[in-house]
Design a protein around this ligand. Structure first.
Ligand code: G4P
Length: 312
């Protein structure tokens, strides 16, 4: 399945971020703790290369705590990188964010040398929620100052500590197939951009391998059913058990898929994380390989066409 969604003004957003990055000390990237690798933005990584990075695993209340610990350890082992987990129920997240930024850029934070932090994240990762909580903690200054664009806001977390919200939306080009599925399952992608049945089947295929007990408990299935049935059968079994039927008593697979996705998004199946650092690294390596091969094929095709045109 290919999910490629480039909202308008991408290049403007890219320029604006590149411009803002020049004057910041730390870049905070908000990630979805259920899919940290897939919710990261490789474009952003390019734009912010060399800047100290704080990875915030948001929505940790929905994620598998054991896997969140793996991801935190993974990021904390990277040079110039710190990571922490967060969720919207934490009333005062500013303290932890501020402390982590000082660890990354200890020389900043005085009035003469303020700490300037940029916060980014793909849509639906929880950026507005976090920013609103931060705003609630302390009055914000937004707007008219030089260098702050209309779409961008600046939040004063404490004296000499400024948080800039990235302007616009920067959506990554997805080269890892599993990332497309995981983003769609998480609710980050508009529902018209993907096939719910396909995404639910991929989700079930992963869950039956890694969260079989949770799946069996949620849908009152025998554990043996979960481990022996294919995901297609599983979706049908779940649909039948939940009354997602159409005329003739057949299972309405679309409805069953919607139910499974809704259950996942509402944490009804359990606290689930769809990827580990090792898994994601493997998917990424494979995705890059396939992408490079695709690129080579495209170039060969273009060369071929140019040669043919030259002959004619
Ligand atoms: P964005 O600005 O990054 O696009 O995301 P936003 O803050 O709007 O958050 C998207 C959804 O995620 C919201 O749900 C919000 O309540 C939820 N959310 C944000 N942070 C957390 C968190 O830490 N834990 C949990 N469980 N949920 C969080 P929503 O308003 O219901 O929107 P939607 O789910 O209908 O899209």
């Amino acid at each position: 399945m290919s999910i490629q969604w480039f909202p308008g003004h991408m290049h403007l957003t890219r320029q604006a971020i590149a411009e803002r990055v020049k004057g910041v000390d730390v870049v905070i990237e908000l990630l979805d703790a259920r899919l940290p690798g897939s919710s990261a933005n490789p474009l952003l990584l390019q734009l912010t290369k060399g800047k100290p990075a704080l990875k915030v695993l948001n929505k940790q209340d929905m994620a598998d705590p054991v896997r969140t610990a793996l991801w935190l350890a993974h990021y904390n082992a990277l040079p110039g990188t710190r990571a922490l987990e967060l969720d919207a129920s934490m009333a005062a997240p500013a303290k932890r964010l501020i402390a982590a930024c000082f660890e990354l850029a200890p020389h900043r934070g005085r009035m003469s040398k303020p700490m300037r932090v940029l916060i980014c994240g793909i849509p639906n990762v929880g950026k507005s929620t976090l920013i609103n909580t931060l705003k609630g903690q302390r009055a914000t200054a937004t707007g008219d100052e030089a260098g702050i664009t209309k779409q961008e806001q600046r939040i004063v977390l404490q004296d000499g500590f400024y948080l800039f919200d990235t302007p616009g939306v920067l959506w990554p080009r997805i080269i890892v197939a599993q990332s497309g599925y995981n983003l769609a399952a998480s609710g980050a992608v508009g529902r018209n951009a993907f096939d719910e049945e396909e995404v639910a089947l991929e989700l079930l295929a992963y869950l039956r391998q890694h969260y079989a007990a949770e799946l069996a408990a949620r849908y009152a299935l025998e554990p043996a059913t979960v481990s022996t049935q294919s995901e297609d059968h599983l979706l049908e079994t779940i649909g039948r058990a939940r009354g997602a039927l159409q005329s003739g008593g057949r299972v309405n697979l679309q409805k069953a898929a919607e139910m499974v996705l809704k259950d996942f998004r509402q944490t009804a199946i359990g606290r689930i994380t769809l990827e580990t650092p090792d898994e994601f690294a493997r998917w990424l390596a494979e995705g890059k390989k396939l992408d490079a091969e695709r690129q080579l094929r495209k170039e060969a095709l273009a060369l071929n066409q140019a040669q043919r045109r030259g002959k004619n």
